[in-house]
Design a protein around this ligand. Structure first.
Ligand SMILES: [Zn+2]
Length: 205
């Protein structure tokens, strides 16, 4: 595979790698000592991924890529925060990735926690767990208003809202999309099948 040079090629490389993973025939590319040494002085990832920290959402595995391929940012429930925005701006402005993928997944514990919190059933003590869940409440409210009750619908809306917030808050990222240097794709990952499905996209793919 030639190194992806733009958003379309980056998206196709990720889809192709994911097909390998789903089929159980991963190529495990670019994971050897030669590659490790060759890129020690400079990284040139072809995409950034902002995904849930769920242990089953192992980015390089599910997309069958290697060292230096993906700039990965993750937290529980892929919830926007200033450090997340800074990391993604770094990927776009300094590393010049042509693609950001925001990746949610089915049966997300953080989405479930937000659903429980909205119905007064969240039973955890951690102050910062509550803080993280609170940040998902506007999405829960919009889902509620739209009559969406399934976790899948809420998760898809959360991915779309996360990207909307990313584009609204980061001028670097929204102008890169406007000038055609960057595309932002939202996708959902299925834990059992291991496949991804596009939820939303901004920019040319
Ligand atoms: Zn999750």
């Amino acid at each position: 595979m030639a190194r992806p040079q733009n958003a379309r090629e980056a998206w196709h490389a990720l889809v192709e790698g994911n097909h390998n993973f789903v089929a159980g025939t991963p190529a495990h590319p670019r994971q050897d000592a030669d590659v490790r040494r060759a890129i020690a002085n400079k990284q040139k990832p072809f995409a950034a991924l902002f995904g849930c920290a769920d242990s089953r959402l192992a980015a390089e595995m599910i997309f069958d890529v290697g060292l230096g391929d993906l700039f990965v940012v993750r937290n529980a429930g892929q919830v926007i925060a200033e450090t997340i925005l800074g990391s993604l701006e770094f990927a776009v402005e300094v590393l010049k990735v042509p693609l950001i993928m925001v990746l949610g997944h089915d049966e997300c514990g953080a989405v479930r926690a937000a659903m429980d919190a909205s119905s007064g059933k969240l039973e955890v003590e951690g102050e910062f767990i509550h803080n993280l869940v609170d940040r998902m409440m506007p999405t829960l409210e919009r889902s509620h208003a739209a009559g969406e009750t399934s976790i899948d619908d809420i998760t898809a809306r959360h991915v779309a809202d996360t990207i909307a917030e990313l584009l609204e808050r980061s001028k670097v990222i929204s102008s890169a999309v406007k000038t055609g240097k960057l595309a932002v794709v939202g996708a959902n990952y299925k834990l059992e099948l291991g496949d991804i499905h596009m939820v939303v996209s901004h920019g040319d793919l």
